[in-house]
Ligand binder design. Structure first.
Ligand SMILES: O=C(O)c1ccccc1NCC(=O)[C@H](O)[C@H](O)COP(=O)(O)O
Length: 259
């Protein structure tokens, strides 16, 4: 994957945003995404609906649609569902969120996209997301703050994604409730769980921390839990199977047997 990946995706997103209407925020969301961190059910897994990716191409080999997959995740014990809405590289759609919300009114749903405009956040709210990912490396400091504040205004929980110490420093300036540590370097697409191991030491205790990307097994989850990671965002490891929910069920029971 070329180092220009993020710039390429930026131009796709900009074109998409140009075509989006200015949605008026009439009713902010009231379902607090942070509830997932305080329920007694462990481990806290945010399972991702992710059909393809820049690093793997097509991931999902089966016949289930996005709603079926989300339902299978819920039945297996997912704390929340992350929905990749980016259409070009991930074969996602914002409509997936609308459909999943219609089927599951109480579900915690994370809008996963390359967000650079308030319009995307407003659209996410309208479709039924209650959290939104803000990728620090994709935004400058001022835009990060603006989108963070706007997410709160919409009643959505902003999750600031970081990959290095500089991005973490920038993220901490807005005093976020939730930080996502992405183990994947978005320039090179290389993955190392050491990223979580290194950055967690510098995050205040009152912040919930999600370990993102590259999680493959129960042992890794247990190790990350032991050093203070609160939740786990998992996509490819589940979606490369025909029945992602069944894989999640196995993973959860392995984690419970580990602890
Ligand atoms: O998944 C990719 O290849 C990717 C490439 C470039 C930017 C973002 C990418 N993925 C988005 C994500 O953050 C992941 O979907 C998410 O953390 C789950 O990761 P995984 O379990 O490794 O599929």
């Amino acid at each position: 994957m070329s180092v220009n990946f993020l710039e390429k995706i930026r131009s796709y997103v900009e074109r998409r945003v140009e075509l989006m209407p200015d949605n008026l925020i009439e009713t902010p969301n009231t379902l607090d995404f942070c509830q997932i961190f305080t329920t007694p059910t462990k481990p806290i897994i945010i399972s991702e609906v992710k059909f393809a990716s820049p690093s793997r191409g097509q991931i999902y080999p089966g016949q289930l649609n996005h709603v079926d997959i989300a339902s299978s995740y819920i039945n297996a014990g997912a704390a929340a569902v992350s929905v990749l809405a980016e259409p070009n590289y991930f074969k996602g759609s914002i409509d997936f969120i609308k459909d999943i919300r219609a089927a599951h009114p109480e579900l915690h749903i994370l809008l996963k996209d390359f967000v650079l405009s308030k319009k995307q956040i407003a659209q996410g709210l309208l479709c039924g997301a209650n959290a939104v990912l803000l990728i620090a490396t994709f935004l400058n400091k001022d835009l990060l703050k603006e989108l963070y504040d706007y997410s709160l205004h919409c009643g959505l929980t902003p999750i600031i994604e970081v990959h290095n110490a500089l991005e973490l420093e920038q993220a901490l300036q807005v005093s976020p409730r939730v930080i996502g540590i992405n183990n994947r370097n978005l320039q090179t697409l290389e993955i190392s769980l050491d990223t979580s191991g290194n950055l967690i030491k510098h995050i205040p205790d009152d912040c919930y921390v999600i370990c993102e990307s590259g999680i493959d097994n129960a042992v890794q989850i247990q190790e990350m839990k032991d050093i203070g990671l609160d939740g786990f965002l998992i996509g490819s490891m589940l979606m490369r199977h025909e029945n992602p929910g069944m894989e999640l069920q196995k993973l959860i029971s392995e984690v419970r047997n580990e602890s």
